[in-house]
Write a protein that binds this ligand. Structure first.
Ligand code: ACO
Length: 402
């Protein structure tokens, strides 16, 4: 085997792998995935078991600390988080400055970045384990409050304060859908669906946003700055923004008369930039195990809430047609997790532009676990190389002579 550390300092040896399709950047003990077999495990536990038997907050503990918690550890984790859900009132002044129609992801990445300014301790170099842990707890706690603020702002409603008597997911739903005057009734089926969605999104090894978090953190940037960068990376429609793009696409197909064959032909046409949103994955080349779980969850929740959504029917028709189409089969393009997540978020009452923010809320423990692992491994600053293909020697020409 080639000793990479020996090659590193010899200029002249550069591996060119645009898009890092085959380049590993770290050794990680957090998430295992086998794209050929469609296997996903967090810390060795299959995603199917976690999605059906665990809760989001327990999975967050598992990802961040490496083991499933005891009852006492889980209660303490939940208690610590509920103690930190309040956000500094001065953050509201800054938040109030956003126009009400500004995109939730733009608001979220700025608000999370601003948390560093409100927590100057996080800037201290050489933080102890306990100090880092406190920042982790604060971030998990405050992110759910901030996401609910963003939703309330989009409606023009006042923000709702957290209630420590609730578990993490119920508290989030209370702050999001609750009112000031009375306790809103949160249906258990909604809490379950939210837990499932957040668990399925909680980590996915070295994807675009996670690599961003690790690379920003590798410069010793603080936790909030690193996560804020990850949120920006997630925003793109080829990554987390796909869930919003899927629903927008399905709505368009519906408005266009629901002719799925026509849209499949469009996706196959190499002269048309259109891509079938929610199809394809960089790593899963047979099926996305999360898509299987979410498709079932989607059927269950629509059934239990008594929702008849034509968009879901279009989604099912598209999936069936694509699975038999040689273009999609040859390129191993299957529905990914985001093909169905948007339909559930819609059924729960979230507007389309909130979907990627909800993805970020789910991905947070994974980003934190990866940032923490990168720190504990004492990884060097991330700094890719390049092959220079620009102009060689040129003499400066005075502006008047160009
Ligand atoms: N619709 C139509 N054709 C597609 C699609 C699609 N959704 N995805 C890939 N292809 C085609 C490409 O045009 C290419 O065809 P070619 O070989 O004839 O040139 C071939 O399949 C391979 O595609 P790549 O872009 O090389 O695949 P890559 O691994 O780089 O991209 C990606 C993966 C970005 C997810 C891509 O499939 C895509 O754009 N999908 C739609 C967006 C989406 O759903 N993103 C969510 C990803 S999951 C997540 O972030 C949670």
């Amino acid at each position: 085997a080639v000793d990479i550390s020996k090659l590193r300092d010899q200029s002249g040896y550069v591996t060119l792998d645009i898009g890092y399709k085959n380049t590993g950047a770290t050794k990680s003990a957090i998430t295992f995935l086998d794209g050929e077999k469609g296997i996903l495990k967090y810390r060795g536990y299959p995603i199917e078991q976690l999605a059906s038997q665990s809760t989001f907050i327990e999975v967050a503990y598992l990802l961040i600390y490496g083991e499933l918690p005891s009852t006492e550890q889980l209660n303490d984790f939940q208690f610590q988080i509920s103690r930190h859900t309040l956000v500094h009132e001065d953050m509201k002044k800054f938040f109030d400055g956003f126009p009400s129609k500004s995109h939730p992801m733009g608001q979220l990445s700025s608000l999370i970045g601003a948390l560093a300014a409100f927590n100057p301790d996080s800037l201290k170099q050489g933080q102890t384990k306990d100090e880092i842990n406190l920042e982790i707890i604060k971030l998990i706690a405050k992110m759910s409050t901030l996401v609910s603020w963003i939703y309330k702002k989009s409606l023009g409603h006042p923000v709702i304060y957290p209630q420590n008597k609730y578990d993490y997911v119920t508290n989030f739903l209370h702050m999001t859908f609750g009112q000031r005057t009375e306790d809103v009734k949160i249906e258990p089926v909604v809490v379950d669906a939210m837990n499932t969605l957040l668990i399925l999104h909680a980590d996915h090894e070295q994807n675009c946003s996670t690599s961003t978090v690790r690379i920003v953190g590798s410069s010793d940037a603080n936790l909030y700055a690193s996560i804020s960068a990850g949120i920006s990376a997630l925003w793109g429609p080829l990554h987390g923004g796909a869930n919003q793009a899927v629903i927008e696409m399905l709505e368009k197909i519906k408005a266009d008369g629901g002719d799925t064959d026509k849209w499949i032909a469009k996706a196959k046409d190499k002269n048309d930039p259109f891509r079938m949103m929610g199809f394809g994955h960089r790593v899963y080349k047979n099926f996305d195990p999360r898509a299987k779980i979410i498709k079932k969850a989607c059927d269950d929740i629509l059934d239990k809430l008594g929702i008849n959504d034509e968009v879901l029917e279009i989604a099912k028709r598209l999936e069936e047609a694509a699975l038999q189409d040689p273009y999609f089969v040859e390129r191993k393009l299957y529905p990914n997790v985001d093909f169905y997540s948007g339909i559930i978020y819609r059924a729960l009452g979230f507007p389309t532009d909130m979907f990627t923010v909800l993805f970020a809320l789910g991905r947070l423990p994974g980003w934190i676990a990866q940032w923490k692992e990168m720190k504990e491994n004492k990884e060097p600053i991330g700094r890719p190389r390049q092959i220079y293909v620009g102009a060689t020697d040129r003499d400066y020409v005075d502006i008047g002579k160009r």
